[in-house]
Design a protein around this ligand. Structure first.
Ligand SMILES: [Fe+2]
Ligand SMILES: [Fe+2]
Length: 246
């Protein structure tokens, strides 16, 4: 990473870490933040499973095994955030409710400014698990996992440690952070199995640059919209109530 990119990265990471940590600390925005993480983590599972199956078909058993573990980890991460939400008496809206919500929104608002900027130049078709270039997957995911591990560790510290519930959540988020570090490590190893260290440096620098641009796009969008995103959660109905109404 060159000096200028390094400075931008520090500023950008600081800004996103600040936004995420303050959203998690604020009881008003905590449910939606947890819901966002739940959806992002569980949303990665089918993609990783398909990639694992593809690696196996292509004869890369080492990678297939790593991807299978990775998919199981992300599933667990989704469950951790779902549990955190449940403790707040909330749950993620159903797929049907989300779909309805999406349809009522303008199309432009549908894609995340972060992802659009990060994967710019790649169309949706080429990013599917069946088609994605292995090196694009490895390098782009390596950067995201590496940064996620640091972001989750920072965010866990933003939760008030004196409340037992949020202390539990804090510990769970720390365990998520450790898993993300492990994911980054195997993805780096996966690149080492295919590339020279000079080539790795180049591809990692390219995705680092994309991440910086994407971070600023996200921060800009947050400032523009005042951080108001649509609600992803609804109140969860206690089991006893469900039995009464069923
Ligand atoms: Fe994760
Ligand atoms: Fe991960």
């Amino acid at each position: 990473m060159n000096f200028f990119n390094n400075i931008l990265n520090i500023i950008g990471s600081g800004a996103t870490a600040y936004i995420l940590a303050s959203r998690l600390r604020d009881p008003q925005t905590r449910p939606n933040t947890l819901a966002g993480f739940q959806l992002a983590e569980s949303g990665a599972v089918p993609f990783l499973k398909t990639l694992g199956a593809r690696a196996k078909t292509e004869g890369d058993i080492w990678l297939a095994e790593k991807l299978t573990i990775h998919a199981a980890d992300e599933k667990r991460h989704g469950q951790i955030f779902a549990h955190g939400l449940k403790q707040l008496g909330k749950q993620v809206k159903s797929a049907a409710e989300m779909k309805q919500l999406k349809q009522s929104e303008s199309k432009a608002k549908n894609s995340s400014p972060f992802m659009a900027k990060y994967y710019r130049g790649y169309d949706l078709e080429s990013l599917k698990a069946e088609n994605i270039d292995w090196l694009v997957f490895m390098a782009s995911t390596y950067i995201l996992e590496l940064d996620a591990s640091k972001d989750f560790a920072r965010m866990s510290r933003a939760l008030p440690a004196h409340e037992p519930r949020s202390r539990n959540l804090q510990q769970s988020i720390l365990s998520v952070a450790r898993d993300e570090t492990r994911h980054a490590a195997y993805l780096y190893e996966a690149m080492e199995r295919r590339l020279s260290s000079r080539e790795i440096d180049q591809i990692v620098a390219e995705w680092r640059k994309r991440k910086i641009d994407a971070m600023f796009a996200m921060v800009g969008d947050t400032i523009k919209t005042g951080g108001n995103s649509r609600s992803l959660v609804k109140d969860s109905v206690p089991r006893e109530m469900k039995q009464l109404t069923a």
